[in-house]
Write a protein that binds this ligand. Structure first.
Ligand SMILES: Nc1nc2c(c(=O)[nH]1)N[C@H]1C(S)=C(S)[C@@H](COP(=O)(O)O)O[C@H]1N2
Ligand SMILES: [Mo]
Length: 305
């Protein structure tokens, strides 16, 4: 089988072509990628879940990153993640599931539909981007492994491999990086496991070979390079919450009305716009309010930040 995630083409080989991609080509990307033999049968249609905002350039998305396992500077991931071995890749699935096991990534994803999803992306640090992801709905993967009654949360873990991840030699966070979602958030069709962006395999610095994307939550919820998925009854511990519970809640839904203790969340700076680009207002649930607000009916979003 020839799924996109099994492709061993290095993203660096295709950067010049990527830099030329414009939005029309992204939308026509299905045909173009199929013609290039790149993406097998799994190339998608334009999704109703996609924004029509102009995507941030490939160059900006791949050079301004947060991936603390490779260092805390914005260019550390692009400088240091090239050495990460992403194949073979095994994902452990455990906890309250019918089919637990250590899955080769290609087996876990085999036959599932890879969709193009152009999503707004908002970091808790108040920068933002528009990213054309390629990914599989997490719900499809969870259905495959069989969620058992009693499961209420999904926990995720990132690879911890100090030989290849220089940042993990420092106790910046309690490694491995851990994140979690409530099961209904995980099952929401906006929630994807991304295997690529701009129609290319996921660049290492953006979380190769597979990372979570939850577009209505602050970016740190979108955990990279996932090696473990656990279905649990109790809310799982999460890295940023463990590091500073006062500043980083479990939910971390984008909310312009609830400020971070050290800065306002009312507006954001879109990356790639240059030093003097204007800030724009941050939207409730990052603009996904119509789709996700009902998940939080009756919840106090200030207390459950
Ligand atoms: N494993 C891991 N996942 C991570 C991070 C990290 O440091 N380690 N940073 C998070 C943060 S703070 C953000 S904003 C996004 C950044 O994703 P990007 O670099 O692809 O834009 O990844 C998130 N996922
Ligand atoms: Mo972030």
């Amino acid at each position: 089988m020839a799924g996109r995630w099994t492709n061993d083409l290095d993203w660096k080989d295709v950067t010049p072509r990527a830099a030329l991609l414009n939005r029309r080509q992204i939308l026509a990307g299905g045909a173009a990628l199929a013609a290039s033999g790149f993406a097998g049968q799994a190339v998608a249609q334009t999704s109703p879940y996609s924004t029509d905002a102009e995507p941030t350039s490939f160059e900006d998305i791949t050079s301004y990153c947060n991936y603390y396992e490779f260092g805390t500077g914005k260019s550390d991931p692009s400088d240091n993640a090239g050495q990460l071995t992403t194949s073979p890749w095994t994902v452990k699935v455990d906890g309250l599931v019918d089919n637990p096991g250590d899955y080769a990534l290609a087996d876990l994803l085999d036959g599932l539909t890879v969709e193009d999803r152009i999503y707004r992306f908002r970091c808790v640090e108040a920068w933002s981007a528009v990213i054309p992801w390629n990914g599989i709905e997490l719900a499809d993967i969870l259905e495959r492994v069989g969620v058992q009654d009693g499961a209420k949360y999904v926990a995720f873990e990132t690879l911890l491999r100090p030989e290849e991840m220089p940042g993990t030699r420092f106790p910046v966070l309690d490694w491995p990086y851990r994140e979690g979602l409530r099961l209904d958030e995980a099952m929401h069709p906006l929630t994807i496991m991304a295997t690529g962006l701009y129609g290319m395999p996921m660049p290492n610095q953006n979380g190769a070979p597979i990372r979570l994307v939850v577009p209505w939550k602050y970016g740190f919820k979108s955990i990279k390079s996932i090696v473990r998925i656990t279905l649990t009854e109790d809310e799982p511990p999460t890295s940023w919450n463990m590091a500073n519970a006062r500043e980083y809640g479990f939910y971390s839904n984008v909310n312009p009305e609830v400020d971070h203790p050290r800065w306002s969340q009312a507006s954001e700076r879109q990356i790639g716009g240059g030093l003097f680009s204007q800030r724009k207002p941050t939207l409730m649930f990052n603009g996904y309010e119509d789709q996700v607000a009902s998940l939080y009916d009756g919840m106090d979003l200030t207390a459950n930040f």
